[in-house]
Design a protein around this ligand. Sequence first.
Ligand code: MN
Ligand code: MN
Length: 331
Amino acid sequence: MEGTDVTAAPGFFKPITGSVMPRFAGLATLMRLPYVQAHDPEFADVEIGLVGIPWDGGTTNRPGARHGPRQVRDISTMIRNVNRASGIAPFSLCNCADLGDTPVNPVDLMDSLARIETFFNGVCGAGIAPLSVGGDHLVSLPVMRAIVKQTGPLGMVHFDAHTDTWDGYFGGFKYTHGTPFRRAVEEGLLDPKRTVQIGIRGALYSDAEDTWGQEQGIRVIDIDEFNALGVEGTIAEARRVVGDGATYLSFDVDALDPVYAPGTGTPEIGGMTTLQAQHVVRGLQGLNLVGGDVVEVSPPFDPSGNTALVGATMMFEILCVLADSVRKRRG
Ligand code: MN
Ligand code: MN
């Protein structure tokens, strides 16, 4: 009974409760949070900003992730207030808001990276921790560029079927959704020795594809090791790798088996389940998380809309861990 949910008490930064406005009604914002723009007076009070990045210009194969934020916004109206498993009520811990979509230029990749970074400079410069929904995986790069100006180099827990540390495509072009974390290491945004990649699998272009990252010190937990370690062992190893420093969480929905998330550009069979992914994210509570993203939701490949539900729900799981971390930093 949502009407008896104490966390749905009115307040500017509280989601609109389904007992007042039915979930199918009203304007769709991420998790039914208020929409706050940088010029609004409430912007200064936002602690966690949910942001859409409607852009897939870094996609090398099947596009469509530009449509991710709008469908995730719609389906995220299903999200409620309290994480049943962890007990975390993120909207009671922190002021959360939907900051809207970043500006993008669908016909100019480099201009889009600049526009996205500029947007997040404003967010991070205001002390707001970003939690974004893409968009293809290249969007993590401009987000990290903005965060690092506040925090210094980041550790990262990265869920994906792919390492995304390829060097270049199409004659050495450096910026695609297969390259963001190589660029992030090169630019000093990401500390490879505090980076763990979980769920990696699938065929490679060559057996050299994965070696660069591991030479830098990235800890790769491929899907076979994930299954050997189990959820608890994976959590322990991820926590060991990233330690206490500022950490980013990046969740590519293709980390999941395509039976759970078919709506993505580069699916790989043999992936983790949604429940396993939820358990691993919950197990990261207590890390020094400074931001996160969910990427590669491509609605055109999933007419059922379930991949967007998966994306919205994983975003909520990440939000719970992030809100706990933001609250602890605030003191
Ligand atoms: Mn990826
Ligand atoms: Mn991937």
